[in-house]
Design a protein around this ligand. Structure first.
Ligand SMILES: Nc1nc2c(ncn2[C@@H]2O[C@H](COP(=O)(O)OP(=O)(O)OP(=O)(O)O)[C@@H](O)[C@H]2O)c(=O)[nH]1
Ligand SMILES: [Mg+2]
Length: 449
């Protein structure tokens, strides 16, 4: 394996910038460009202050070098990290010098890929690294941390071990057909084990419903007829003047998307053009867009102007919403309000001007998406579609096995289905996985991780 190097910190100005190098030659290459202030060899697991010197003997930066000796490092190889002063120039020069002295530029995720290949992490943990880096909300990051700690891997390994035990048992049965009398007992035992493992796989698979929310947030459309206060609500939730607000109906022409964190998860808010029949070509395109966003949304916040009442235009929009997940927001309650009666469970009275009703709105969203029970700190939640698909494949294998057993067919017929389940679970852990799939997973990483 080549010795690889990359900048591991984000581009831009900052306190420090870290250049990382991993491989057999890591220390040798570093020593070619690094002059410690005090003499003496660099000991493993220590930090040394010194200067990076270029080809012309000029000092590039004063740095701290850390040295992690294999196998006790992130990648399992010899790793050095050069802590430079932040900013683009120094880190880029240091990287260039490492490359000139024998290192190869690391590909995205290559450090983590090596950690996986060297057995430092299973694949679920490696995938958790990228998820953690990309986390946008508190709950999402907690789910990633749990996975990084190996909790998901442990559960999968445990289920897999149970099924491997079962397979061994079944194959033993093939070898000793004379045990006719205990066949029934065996059948029951096998069915029992299958059922338990199917249930465990189902729990994990179903957690993806929450996992999806954690990872992608909730796509939330703010809709209503013109001038009801949609953009005002967007601005209020964002706590910034993002969208133009005027008293002119038809102010918002295009959709505006912004994210906000609520109750530990991300709401992807989309403010839309007020829906009405209009001759204006541009506005009409906006209205069509609004309807599309409404249809695609996972949550619709439907605004009504409480000072005007519930009018026929509002009714039309409510019809369009149909049985989609929605909350009706009667806005402008700081003004004199009309009597409004709508037969709907989810109605909240708010003022986008004073902020009244926002707590109720957040609580309602929490209730609708069952966010209180979305406990990413204490429960395993899978957020990765690859895991979900493989869990499903494993579950189907076991289900088919269980059906076969219960119809009275010979026990050994289910070996193949059980093996499918074992292979699928192994793939989640990265035990039996093709180079292609691996590359696909790691190419989503940033360089330097
Ligand atoms: N008194 C009061 N005025 C509000 C409230 N919410 C919005 N408004 C006012 O209503 C007008 C329209 O607000 P917008 O947020 O632009 O409404 P909109 O629904 O985005 O309108 P379009 O983009 O035209 O569809 C503005 O003058 C706001 O200041 C509220 O809760 N109380
Ligand atoms: Mg608007």
């Amino acid at each position: 394996m080549k010795t690889i190097a990359a900048i591991s910190t984000a581009i831009g100005n900052g306190g420090v910038g870290i250049v990382r190098i991993s491989g057999d030659d890591a220390l040798n290459i570093v020593l070619k460009i690094f002059k410690p202030l005090k003499k003496g060899e660099i000991k493993p697991f220590s930090l040394r202050l010194g200067n990076i010197i270029d080809e012309k003997n000029n000092t590039v930066d004063q740095v701290l070098v850390s040295y992690f000796k294999a196998p006790k490092s992130y990648t399992g190889e010899d790793v050095c990290e050069i802590n430079c002063h932040g900013g683009n120039v120094a880190v880029n020069r240091v990287l260039e010098l490492l490359l000139n002295n024998g290192a190869t530029l690391a590909e995205g995720g290559e450090f983590t890929k090596r950690a996986f290949l060297n057995g430092k992490l299973d694949l679920t943990q490696a995938e958790a690294v990228i998820d953690l880096i990309n986390s946008k909300s508190e709950k999402e990051s907690k789910a990633s941390v749990k996975q990084l700690e190996g909790k998901l891997g442990d559960e999968i390994r445990n289920i897999k071990d149970e099924i491997i035990g079962l397979l061994a048992d079944i194959e033993a049965n093939i070898d000793y057909p004379e045990y006719e009398d205990i066949e029934e007992v065996r059948r029951e035992k096998i069915e029992d084990i299958l059922e338990k493992q199917i249930a465990r796989l189902s729990v994990l698979e179903e957690s993806f419903n929450s996992g999806k929310i954690l990872k992608n947030g909730i796509m939330t459309a703010i809709v209503g007829k013109p001038n009801v206060g949609k953009s005002s609500l967007l601005n209020l939730l964002l706590k910034e003047d993002r969208a133009i607000v005027t008293e002119i109906a038809g102010t918002t022409r295009d959709t505006i998307e912004e994210s906000v964190n609520i109750k530990g998860i991300t709401l992807r808010l989309i403010d839309t053009a007020g829906i009405r029949n209009t001759e204006d070509v541009v506005e009409n395109i906006g209205v069509e867009k609004s309807k599309k966003v409404l249809n695609d949304a996972e949550l619709v916040l439907f605004l009504i102007d409480g000072s005007k009442g519930f009018l026929s235009e509002d009714k039309e929009i409510l019809n369009e919403i149909g049985d989609k997940n929605h909350i009706i927001l009667i806005n402008k309650i700081d003004l004199q309000n009309e009597e409004i009666s709508i037969n709907d469970e989810n109605i909240i009275r708010i003022s986008a001007k004073t902020g009244e009703g926002m707590i109720e709105l957040e609580n309602k969203i929490e209730e609708l998406f069952n966010l209180k029970n979305l406990d990413s700190e204490n429960e395993l939640i899978i957020t990765n579609i690859r895991h979900k698909d493989l869990l499903n494949k494993a579950k189907q294998g076991l289900k088919t096995a269980k059906e076969t057993i219960s119809t009275g067919l010979p026990i050994d017929m289910i070996s193949i289905n059980i093996k499918t389940a074992i292979t699928s679970l192994g793939e989640i852990l990265g035990e039996s996985i093709s180079e292609d799939v691996l590359n696909k997973i790691f190419e989503k990483f940033c360089v330097g991780k």
